[in-house]
Write a protein that binds this ligand. Structure first.
Ligand code: SAM
Length: 213
């Protein structure tokens, strides 16, 4: 998976590749899909949601430029696979999932895998986690038309926020950086994620379009 899907597409960070070699991705998908867990595509995880394609997970993580002391906020725990990667590379991870069954399942698996630096919450992540802010890094693994201001406000000085921004069918992977109190943004490519649903995201009931990550 790492050689063919990541190195060949230009992922360079060895720490990411080593961590993805360590994390048992097959444990994050339902047993029906375990034989496909290392394939070059997203897979369903139930509740109309997906575990993202390995390359996308690696590319987003590389864009975060993580340090091992970073405090990270992740919105969209999903299966917990990306959460595990963040926990391998950063100091502490705060992760929020809006769908209770997914959030609890991911928590139980990540605790069984002995990750001690993750704090879990089942809630609408568009509010962020104000009483734990500021964060060095914020990763939103669902798509939004506009980056919720509540989340931008929770990004600390020198912080990086990565999020797919756009309509339901196509988004630009966007990196927001805060330096000297100012935020600048950069787009690094197109993608197609399931929607960020909540108070400051898409309305309740918005579903993913076909083949979303
Ligand atoms: N990174 C995950 C993984 O490795 O399995 C996949 C995340 S999946 C593409 C997006 C997730 O965002 C879904 O589980 C979805 O329920 C969640 N989500 C959508 N809107 C949310 C919100 N407002 N707050 C928290 N989670 C949300």
């Amino acid at each position: 998976m790492v050689e063919e899907q990541l190195v060949d597409r230009g992922v360079k960070d060895l720490r990411i590749m080593e961590a993805m070699n360590r994390i048992p991705r097959h444990m994050f998908v339902h047993e029906t899909f375990q034989h496909k867990a290392y394939g070059d595509f997203p897979l369903p995880i139930g509740d109309n949601q997906t575990i993202s394609q390995p390359y996308i997970v690696a590319a987003m993580t590389e864009a975060l430029n993580l340090k091992d002391t970073d405090r990270v906020l992740e919105i969209g725990t999903g299966s917990g696979y990306q959460t595990a990667l963040l926990a391998e590379l950063a100091g502490q991870v705060f992760t929020i999932e809006r769908i209770r069954s997914l959030g609890l399942k991911a928590q139980s698996l990540l605790e069984r895998l002995n990750y001690m630096n993750i704090v879990f919450k089942v809630f609408d992540g568009t509010y962020g986690w104000p009483d734990q802010a500021p964060f060095d890094v914020i990763l939103i693994t669902a798509s939004t038309q506009e980056i919720p201001k509540m989340l931008v406000d929770q990004l600390g000085e020198g912080g990086r926020l990565v999020v797919p921004v756009g309509g339901l069918d196509k988004q630009s992977m966007t990196i927001l950086t805060r330096e000297n109190g100012r935020t600048t943004s950069q787009e690094i490519g197109y993608c197609k994620f399931v929607p960020l649903v909540g108070r400051y995201g898409w309305p309740e009931g918005t579903g993913p379009s076909r083949n979303s990550l």
